[in-house]
Design a protein around this ligand. Structure first.
Ligand code: SAM
Length: 441
């Protein structure tokens, strides 16, 4: 295969490092902008090349030693070889790139990415696949792009309280007569070992995803004994399908509570096994504080589209006559109803269903909160905005590309007051952005 010399130019959305050769983009696996490298071309396509680094001739000043012993085998983090302050810079560059290329927008006020003071032990959700070998049980993450498990005993990005549970669970499982799922044969029961929890409340919830009901109370008790103070519940989620989707539709409580509690800005949130919650609570707290600082004092009607268990809705409810949350997950809506009661915020109402179906049936809010999944806004949502013209919009996005695509349309009627990015996912290429839009008068 052909070898070439390159200087890596930049990171692009999706987290790849690229350079150019003979007018073609070259994806440099594991490259860091500023690296001078000799790469072997391992794939040649009409529009691009893929290169594997054979010699690092001069490392970029952005390079650092990865802290995690499982990096880069474990596919969880992609950027541990990049110094944290440079990660923040590269994430901002990714947003700028998406706004220019996809949004065709040049003059957008984009702030610096707000990073973490200590970018470790922040992730409050771990979903591990498992495998049983002759005399061990492996629990860990898939090696990037494969289904080979990298067995881990600890993880520097997950909540510290998860480490002893992970290690202890392997020992318990070694002796347990519980079969472990084999995805090729669609045989065995335990499919995923999931930990969710909160540093603020100290609670941990164990979710065991099984092909068919299999978790007995005595087994759950052994798991709970690993950290009886923190482990407040063990549930099983039943996923009988031959699929890569982790969760099935049904969840059964085996022990304790089927949810954990989280606390953000003085509000309490119940979070069940299948409900969404932001994985980096320290960073979403900063985002919410900022959001409150830029919002007005009073709104008649706020609509929180893609509302989860009510994190945004409940954090703006003191500034509104009515807040309507729209959310498709039954589990999240159930939690949201509880959270309305727990926080005595009875001006918040919830509708269960798809935003694209429910939003068009509503009147015009004076504030619209949007926090869609990676694919961004559906056409119906954009049409609703163009038609009803909410005065203010806060669009929170985890995907700069779909954000830029949607903003390209919205800027015909709205001014972008600011774009404030946050690092919710240190050591990965992911970046969260808050965009504040005001209707042009
Ligand atoms: C990124 S989360 C945001 C949740 C909330 N803003 C928070 O911070 O906790 C997106 C949420 O939208 C929900 N969702 C995804 N697609 C949806 C759709 N088409 N209609 C309604 N809800 C949807 C998901 O279940 C998830 O709870």
């Amino acid at each position: 295969m052909k070898r070439i010399f390159l200087e890596v130019e930049k990171m692009i959305p999706g987290g790849d490092a690229i350079s150019y050769y003979d007018g073609k983009a070259v994806f440099v696996e594991g490259g860091v902008p500023g690296d001078r490298v000799e790469v072997e071309i391992v794939k040649e396509k009409k529009d691009y090349l893929v290169g594997r680094i054979r010699r690092l001739l001069e490392p970029s000043e952005a390079r650092t030693e990865a802290l995690c012993p499982y990096f880069p085998e474990c596919g969880g983090c992609q950027w541990q070889m990049v110094d944290y302050s440079w990660q923040l810079k590269f994430k901002r560059d990714i947003i700028l790139d998406a706004f220019r290329r996809v949004g065709k927008m040049e003059q957008v006020p984009i702030g610096e990415v707000v990073g973490m003071d200590y970018p470790w032990h922040f992730r409050n959700k771990a979903q591990y696949p498992l495998k049983r070998t002759k005399n061990r049980v492996l629990i860990g993450y898939y090696r990037e792009g494969t289904h080979h498990i990298v067995d881990i005993d600890s993880c520097p990005v997950q909540l510290k309280q998860f480490d002893p549970v992970l290690k202890g669970a392997k020992e318990i499982l070694k002796r347990e007569p519980l079969t472990i799922y084999n995805e090729l044969k669609h045989y065995g029961k335990l499919r995923h070992f999931v930990l969710r929890g909160s540093e603020n409340t100290g609670e941990t919830l164990i979710v065991l995803v099984v092909k068919e009901t299999a978790i007995v109370k005595t087994f759950a008790e052994k798991l709970q004994a690993l950290d009886p103070e923190r482990i407040i519940g063990v549930v099983e989620n039943i996923n009988p399908k031959r699929t890569n989707v982790i969760y099935g539709p049904r969840t059964r409580k085996v022990l304790g509570r089927p949810y954990y509690m989280e606390k953000v800005l003085g509000k309490s949130f119940r979070v069940s096994a299948l409900s969404f919650f932001q994985v980096n609570v320290k960073q979403v707290t900063k985002l919410l504080e900022f959001m409150r600082s830029i919002l007005g004092d009073w709104y008649n009607l706020v609509i929180d589209a893609y509302a989860g268990v009510g994190l945004f809705a409940l954090n703006v409810a003191d500034r509104a006559r009515v807040v309507i949350g729209i959310e498709e997950s039954t589990s999240s809506v159930k939690d949201a109803h509880e959270n309305i009661g727990i926080n005595n915020q009875f001006n918040v109402e919830y509708y269960e269903g798809k935003v694209e179906n429910i939003l068009p049936t509503m009147g015009s809010p004076d504030l619209l909160l949007l926090d869609p999944p990676r694919k961004g806004l559906e056409k119906e949502v954009i049409d609703f905005i163009i038609d009803r013209k909410p005065r203010e919009i806060v669009y929170v996005s985890c995907n700069p590309v779909t954000l830029a695509r949607d903003l390209k349309i919205l800027v015909e009627n709205y001014d972008i007051e600011l774009v404030q990015p946050y690092d919710f996912f240190p050591h990965t290429h992911h970046v969260e952005s808050l965009v504040f839009l005001k209707l042009r008068s």
